[in-house]
Design a protein around this ligand. Sequence first.
Ligand code: ADP
Ligand code: ZN
Length: 550
Amino acid sequence: MAIGKNIIIAGFSGTGKSQVAREVAERLNWKFIDTDDEVVKCAGKSIDAIFREEGEAGFRELERRVVKEASLQSQSVIALGGGAILDRQNYDSLARNGIIVCLEAKVETIYRRLFQRDVHDTGNEVRPLLDGDNPMERIGLLKASRQFAYANSADWTIHTDSLSINEVADEIIRSRSLINRRGSPGEDGNNSCWVETLSRSYPVFVGGGLLDELGVSMREIGLSGTSVVISDENIFSFYGNRVKAVLEDAGFKVVSFVVSPGEMSKSLEQARSIYDFLIGQHIERSDTIVAMGGGVVGDLAGFVAATFLRGISLVQVPTSLLAMVDASIGGKVGVNHPRGKNLIGSFYQPNMVLADYQTLSTLPPREMTSGWAEVIKYGLIADKTLFEFLQANAVAMKLNSAVLARVIGRSAAIKADIVSEDEKEKGKRILLNYGHTIAHGLEAATQYEQFLHGEAVSIGMVGAASISQKMGFLSSDVARSQKRLLEQFGLPVKFSAIDVNDVLDAMNRDKKARRKSVQWVLLRDIGSPIVCDEVTEQTVRYVLQELRES
Ligand code: ADP
Ligand code: ZN
């Protein structure tokens, strides 16, 4: 498993390697390493002096040592000297623990950047091989001799001629997730993905038995010190000792705080008692909260991590299907207020999410079924292939762990992509609300007691599809196949014994609180959502009546 893989920036001098690497490191909050700088530090003299006194061979020898050292790091952005990647040994050690991005530029561009630039624009002056007459020709020759090696070693090449440093950095951040994902899901059992938000970039690991790698994984992304495991009684009774042992084996000191299961624990009072505990344990900013549990534990422990000492490290270890595919990814943390759910909270991204689907074996069946609603939602709003895969595997899903891993991995990746594009719910993230407008109404109208969240979402999606149909966006066939799939997974598609007016009232209260018109997420087809704010109350009432079992 490649955790906290490095990003290696290779290419000719003058392609902007160091500046770009520094920028990418800053954005990801990773370490920045420039191998030329390290060589200078190591030798105690300039690169020119090394070349003069020890020749190119002496330089390469030092460089090899520095590269080896750098390649053992994690979460580092490494700018390589222009010739470093040509060395087989360097390439092997770097490629094993990182992705290699090669920056390209035309000879003219390189010439301009190296020899005609503004005197203030310093950088490392590492061009002993280009000294002499007719630099343009020398660049051309040297570059030609290296071109094959650059092209061959790169996972990704970026042509930088017309790009600013910032634009190249953008490109690298984008390409990284593509490279990481390329070819991996399914075939080698890797169903993991990355979340890349402005505030933090982090891996989401999905796999069987990953709980046993929790400690090592946390070390690999640079965490150390004390782990505070926050969990609920149910989950802790199953996995508490195991996780404690795993963390201790990896060198962490471990303390734990266990709350009662259920939504009632998501309160400011509970958060306060955790603060008291953390202070009593002398927890510092360098320590880590490990939130092991369902959505309740993740929200509560995440909220504490976000606020204690203005924020300490957070690792999400979701154990419910809902938390694995939804709540643990994207950084929404918070607690309830007596006047409403999730009224107090923040966006606070974890350092890592680790989902071991084997923990689902102890999840109560009704909770598992509820989680499927969110998985099906991802198919509906973003991925027709996932939807069809769910149709084809509805029966096998409960038995076959490889299938389970793929589906959870894919769902997590969809959520990761959406929150990466829209960390704070200003745009695309609204699509995640498909089925949720009615669901929230149903939940609130029944004081959050009758439905599990996914059950309400299931009914809400049937309603949203019906509205989509009435507005002329969706065919009845597609609406029917959505309903069928929900039923196949054992989810409710209707409600009973609730007054439609109560549901509408609850929805209107919600709308008032937001002070703007309701943005309905509707469907045009499987995988093709649209946002619409022109749904009339009359239509909603009609659809709710339709959903109500007579
Ligand atoms: P959700 O994850 O659906 O938001 P909760 O955090 O309340 O909701 O979890 C739902 C219930 O399932 C809780 O009672 C919790 O203790 C229990 N639970 C969660 N994960 C597991 C698990 N892996 N094994 C057993 N029980 C679990
Ligand atoms: Zn939801």
